[in-house]
Ligand binder design. Sequence first.
Ligand code: NOJ
Length: 929
Amino acid sequence: MKPPMKNLNLFLFLLLVLGLHLGSVLSWKKEEFRNCNQTPFCKRARARKPGFCSLIALDVSISDGDLTAKLVPKTPDNEQDPDQIKPLILALSAYQDGILRLRIDEDPSLGPPKKRFEVPDVIVPEFASKKLWLQRVSTAKIDGDAAPSSIVYLSDGYEAVVRHDPFEVYVREKSNGNRVISLNSHGLFDFEQLRAKREGEDWEERFRTHTDTRPYGPQSISFDVSFYSADFVYGIPEHASSHALKPTRGPGVEDSEPYRLFNLDVFEYIHDSPFGIYGSIPFMISHGKSRGTSGFFWLNAAEMQIDVMATGWADAESEIALPSEKSRIDTLWMSEAGIVDAFFFMGPGPKDVVRQYTSVTGTPAMPQLFATAYHQCRWNYRDEEDVEHVDSKFDELNIPYDVLWLDIEHTDGKRYFTWDRTLFPHPEEMQGKLAAKGRHMVTIVDPHIKRDDSYHVHKEATQKGYYVKDAGGSDYDGWCWPGSSSYPDILSPEIRSWWADMFSIENYVGSTPSLYIWNDMNEPSVFNGPEVTMPRDALHYGGVEHRELHNAYGYYFHMATADGLVKRGDGKDRPFVLSRAIFAGTQRHGAVWTGDNSAEWDHLRVSVPMILTLGITGISFSGADVGGFFGNPEPELLVRWYQLGAYYPFFRAHAHHDTKRREPWLFGERNTELIRDAIHVRYMLLPYFYTLFREANTSGVPVVRPLWMEFPSEEATFSNDEAFMVGNSIIVQGIYTERAKHASVYLPGKESWYDLRTGTAYKGGRTHKLGVSEDSIPAFQRAGTIISRKDRFRRSSTQMVNDPYTLVIALNSSQAAEGELYVDDGKSFEFEHGAYIHRRFVFADGKLTSVNLATTSPGKSRFSSESVVERIVLLGHAPGPKSALNEATNQKVDIELGPLWLQWGRGSSVLTIRKPGVRIGDDWTIKIL
Ligand code: NOJ
């Protein structure tokens, strides 16, 4: 069988590569991917009617601080399905801060054929210490039920209720009994227990030319989850779709697929689709005007499909009467394998839910400063000369950039950790030249390892038995860029540690400490595999089937690479690793991007909801390929993309190798100027961005936020995903159409907003029809905030470190404002030991005060900065004042009219305190006279 298969593989591979090259003219190959009807577990689950579940809860008690119970069928029918009647074990645990965890699994003492996979390494160790030990359970008959329910008090005014018959779990507010989130209220819970194969039964599943042997048979789990007092649900990335999730089933929905969570390498994905792409985060957030926000997270790495039901779906589908409630949103969650390990987050505010979720899965890593600046990438910068040319052009044209990226062609035949020595004969020298300007390089390292006996990585991995195995137990062999390849079994801690060691300067020959890493294709992508990925029956460490782990494969790879960079730097250098595949917890390991988008206006548009959704599900550091990966953007689209991308948390231009070169200087002087301006905006705002990255690092609250996160009671914001907030102070609205002359921009809240460029004030709480020019996209600073900027332009962010600051004070209707600034060495982990500056600037009663927010204690590291404040700009201040007083030194300084942006001196003048004579890290007060 083997040799012909190889030929077939080769043929398919060539076809695929050809397909890739034609990528810019062909579109998404729908038929290569399964839909729900072609996915038996999904089809089965979707066909069930409300009231299907016949389980009841028995033996409810408290044990080890948890509420435990058994779930058994109400009327066991032994003859029909003897394997499906073994009791399931349920455990409910409460945690501080309004978090409930629900676990349901088979009973190990009843000898199931195999232990089902529980995803390790996602829940942060600190979470265990938040557990509240339940002491007591009470019982009551609720709402006229014949059978009792068990009730436990959680925390923060919430109770968990386990209804015995029919089985249901929900959380309610103790004070008024209002429900927040519930599971199995519609009786759609189903748990396919592992069992012995029956005579004549066929467990194999076929899709196109692939057969999944499914040695353990059906093992899927599904259930309904309802969110109460909800107007919208959000989350469950990654999809190229709207931020507020559209219903996929029920009245008014025509034939939609559920939202699919299955990490896939989808070339040229289409926008506005529930189809699964590179990442999977099974975390959904609901939000409504009347109560606020709640969240539900299912820690499970198998393929998942999620339906969002339209109001009235149950009436349409059920023969039994179900309670219908207008402001409830029902959802159906279906997974191919694993266990139920679910978390309910009670909010009640949007930021509370994000904090609760990231207390389980971790907050985003703090990036190095350089990583928050602009990145220049292309598949591929050809050789050292090309690199040098691009690098020097940025300098010549006064465009800052921080990182130059090398894609797969820099390697010796797609053998990662090697260099094509003809094209890149002096990699260390090349990196050294960039480093001398404070710049960095990123190279790509994918998980597919070329099966070539002379390649040291392959040799070692083979000898040590470190590859994922196929269903027959041999090293799994699939096709990717290098041809025949195998994949490290990165689930194993030993293999992760081996992988991490690859990144040491000695092992990665030609690397230097200023080189960082890009992990691509880690879904994993397998060109000749089913749905372009690894077969589900492939085997991992500990006998785990690939189907159970699939969505977390890339996560482990990202983790091991980031660990490798930490090791390389002796624990002193923050890693930077960009990953395409995503899972819950990815935020701890680095940045992500939204994969292979296209140079189309719709893709520019969808990048915003995609980034917003990633942000609220923990992944703060994300961006889309600026310019669009496939195709050649018109200069206008490219410029608009830079103008928007300058506000993405991760700001990188990238392009497919078949596209025309598109560095910022290739579209005429005017477009170069516009792109330069856009990049300058990002550099000016770096102190603000860096402060937001730190906020995300401590609280989980994303750098870029949907409007509803900042204005949770304003309905007009709930489904607005054309605009977004950068932190709490800036709103940005993209321009998503050609030759736009006007834009309708909704400015939320009661306070005014100041145009970022002109300082012109606009009233909040209404939609403004604004004139738009090619110069910029609409962006405004919220009244009542203070933003820190650095207005001098250097070659890279590292060269701006000692530059002076500009503080922009946007006064609200009470002539007050406040803002924060966080600064550290931008590189090491010393900030974790207290080496940082954290200031709060408060403007009130005509005085600006800088207050220390950093906690200092003896023995802590310290960080100081010589940087001074060179300008303080006052927006919205009554005209008139001529001078200000530095109260500490008793020195008077002038207030004059000056440009809002030094670089673009044109336009209106604003009140400016020049050279107030204060250092950024000190306590001081400046009084307007
Ligand atoms: C696919 C990635 O999505 C893309 O960004 C990259 O350029 C190619 N692989 C080649 O490495």
